[in-house]
Design a protein around this ligand. Structure first.
Ligand SMILES: [Zn+2]
Length: 349
């Protein structure tokens, strides 16, 4: 079968090639691929900056934002042939650490977890893949291709769960949220904020293209420019850019008792915008919390599926802005200005 593979830490090594059928030890459920979403992590892996091949192997099958159709459900579990399914990305570490031992592998403490398409286990960009019943999540058939949005939705589902848990450390009645960055993660974070009945504001640097309309059609307010000019103090900031200045400004504008949840992964930048001790003083004097959030566990996958099933399908469908066949995977991996979520499509949903 065909698969998109890469030699990690070697830039430009990605290719569509013939690989063996997925082995039974990968899982008792056989799935034919429908689509795989592309995100910044995939681009970093292809650029040679990230990623690990399985032990003893040179190449890694790419892709972690899966959607497939069950071909053979195998002897265990309740899935049936023909149903749409996605595969969970992370697997617990082998020790396991206490968090992995209780199924909260998103909070793994020793870093020895593995991840499909990223770290030591094959991804989902192959014509067929296998999955263990306990790591397979059924997708509502009404979502069709939009099931490919489940993985990014799990990331923001976890972020919101943690923000809510932190908020309840004291009396908490949040009203406003600022989401920085209107990419897929930001837009899905905004969707979940609307579902929580909050007044939602989204800030991005682009003034045209699909993002402003998507935000407005969600019933949220779109902002361009500096976070310090938004004109209010948000109770929650979901930071999805990883940009130093945006993070620093988020700490400046967040309301007293407010929470800044960091989901973006960036690097570098000038530290002069907000010296760390000054930032800490503001956080102390206003009881703020800064929290980082990454990955998701099975509970978040389940909740994310519920959230997507409740969302407006026509709005969601506008998030999938471009599709490429596997032979043109390089097009999918090349960023274009109006991209939101680009997918490699293997088959019709
Ligand atoms: Zn662990």
């Amino acid at each position: 079968m065909k698969a998109i593979t890469v030699e990690p830490h070697r830039a430009g090594s990605a290719q569509l090639e013939d690989v063996p059928e997925p082995p039974l030890r990968q899982g008792s459920i056989l799935v034919e691929a429908v689509a795989v979403g592309v995100c910044g992590t995939d681009i970093e892996i292809v650029e040679g900056k990230y990623g690990w091949a399985p032990p003893g192997q040179k190449r890694l099958v790419l892709g972690h934002e899966s959607l497939g159709r069950v071909v053979d459900p195998g002897p265990v579990g309740s899935l049936e042939a023909g149903e749409l399914v996605v595969g969970i990305v992370r697997r617990p570490d082998p020790v396991p650490c206490p968090n992995c031992a209780v199924g909260e592998w998103d909070m793994c403490t020793n870093g020895r977890y593995t991840e499909r398409g990223i770290k030591e286990i094959p991804g989902y960009m192959s014509e067929r893949w296998r999955i263990e019943p306990e790591y397979a999540i059924r997708v509502e058939s009404s979502l069709g291709l939009l099931g490919v949005l489940l993985e990014p939705t799990t990331v923001v589902t976890k972020a919101w769960e943690h923000v809510t848990a932190i908020g309840h450390r004291a009396f908490w009645e949040p009203r406003t949220v600022l989401v920085t960055g209107a990419g897929p993660i930001g837009l899905l974070a905004a969707l979940l904020a609307k579902q929580r009945g909050l007044e939602v504001h989204v800030l991005d640097r682009v003034e045209s293209g699909p993002k402003p309309d998507l935000v407005r059609d969600l019933g949220a307010t779109y902002h361009v420019g500096s976070v310090t000019k938004i004109g209010f103090q948000p109770d929650v900031v979901i930071e999805c850019t990883g940009v130093g200045l945006v993070i620093a400004d988020s700490l400046r504008v967040v309301a007293s008792g407010g929470i800044v949840c960091l989901t973006g992964v960036g690097s570098g930048g000038s530290g002069s915008q907000l010296p760390l001790a000054d930032a800490a003083s503001e956080v102390v004097l206003r009881n703020n919390v800064i929290v980082g959030s990454v990955n998701a566990n099975k509970r978040h996958w389940y909740k994310a599926g519920e959230a997507l099933a409740r969302a407006d399908v026509s709005w969601l469908s506008r998030l999938v802005s471009r599709r490429s066949p596997p032979e043109k995977f390089a097009d999918a991996l090349a960023r274009r200005p109006d991209d939101i979520k680009v997918v490699v499509q293997f088959a019709e949903a």
